[in-house]
Design a protein around this ligand. Structure first.
Ligand code: PNS
Length: 168
């Protein structure tokens, strides 16, 4: 791969339902390694996410204000094809614990088979975020627990609003 990183477009794909501080840390670190980082929200409405794609993209847009080489986008269908359409040569993913490895390995190898010209690049999650997941954040917030420090303040407010709506 070229070392002229300013011309590299990378895709950071995910569900981001919702964005956590772990994702944000990866965006901050990943964007320094490439020319442009496209954070891409999977349109997975069939899985009944807590927030729809537009809401998830809005939360991301609010969180990346001032990060000039970061763009927020949505996608559906095959990630490898979407990445190729966007002119990306890198897919960025984060790894927390060893338990993430198997799933990530399968995806990276399948994506490589589909598009051999696109490399998956892994960054290790910050050690303070290695227990953090959107799933646990939703569960804690739904049960009334404190998620401050785990997600951006704007996401915390949206979680509180969403779960208070669902109670009525
Ligand atoms: O945040 P997540 O849920 O771990 O992200 C998973 C994601 C979006 C990266 C993965 O589900 C995906 O790439 N979906 C798109 C469909 C696809 O390309 N599937 C084959 C991947 S090998």
């Amino acid at each position: 791969m070229s070392l002229h990183t300013e011309s590299v477009v990378a895709i950071y794909p995910g569900s981001f339902d919702p964005l956590t501080n772990g994702h944000l840390d990866l965006i901050e670190r990943g964007r320094r390694l490439v020319g442009k980082l496209v954070v891409s929200v999977l349109n997975n409405e069939a899985k009944h996410p807590l927030f729809n794609v537009e809401e998830r993209m809005e939360m991301l847009r609010e969180a990346v204000v001032g990060m000039d080489n970061v763009e927020i986008d949505g996608f559906d269908g095959l990630l490898a094809e979407y990445a190729a359409r966007r002119g990306a040569s890198v897919i960025l993913r984060g790894i927390r614990a060893i338990s993430d490895y198997e799933y990530e390995l399968q995806m990276a190898l399948m994506n490589r088979r589909l598009r051999p010209d696109i490399e998956t690049m892994f960054l290790l999650a910050g050690e303070g975020n290695s227990f953090l997941s959107s799933r646990l954040v939703k569960e804690v917030a739904r049960l009334g627990g404190n998620v401050s420090g785990l997600v951006p303040a704007a996401v915390e407010r949206r979680l509180a609003a969403r779960f208070s709506e669902n109670k009525v």
